[in-house]
Design a protein around this ligand. Structure first.
Ligand SMILES: [Zn+2]
Length: 122
């Protein structure tokens, strides 16, 4: 009687597990893409930008948030790659909650990066 519904339950568990594995791979790919983008930026700016764009798209497709250490490197407004001293300006604000203000030089938008996290010594 209940066999069918049981089967359905099992297969959906399986699917869930599979999706989790995909997200893990997605996270690894995002990590690699950002690392390559950072090393490539000085010589291959456009390629580096494309890598960051790709990392963002992977994150969207698998509903994976960008790792904290890379999140601030993407402009919230124009989605450009924010590379300190090149495509953005950084300023540390110590008042109230310490944070970094990252100004995108492409669109002029501000991006706030809180500093009061566990790994605040960077
Ligand atoms: Zn921008």
């Amino acid at each position: 009687m209940n066999e069918f519904s049981n089967d359905e339950g099992l297969s959906s568990v399986k699917k869930g597990r599979h999706r989790k594995a995909n997200r893990k791979i997605a996270r690894e790919r995002i990590h690699v893409l950002f690392k390559q983008a950072i090393t490539l930026f000085a010589v291959e700016t456009d390629l580096a930008r494309r890598y960051v764009d790709l990392a963002r798209k992977i994150g969207m497709r698998y509903k994976v948030r960008l790792p904290r250490e890379y999140r601030w490197m993407v402009c919230k407004h124009c989605k450009d790659f924010l590379f300190p001293g090149k495509t953005c300006r950084t300023r540390i604000q110590q008042r109230r909650e310490p944070h970094i203000v990252v100004t995108c030089l492409r669109c002029g938008g501000y991006n706030r990066v809180p500093l009061n996290e566990r790994r605040s010594k960077m």
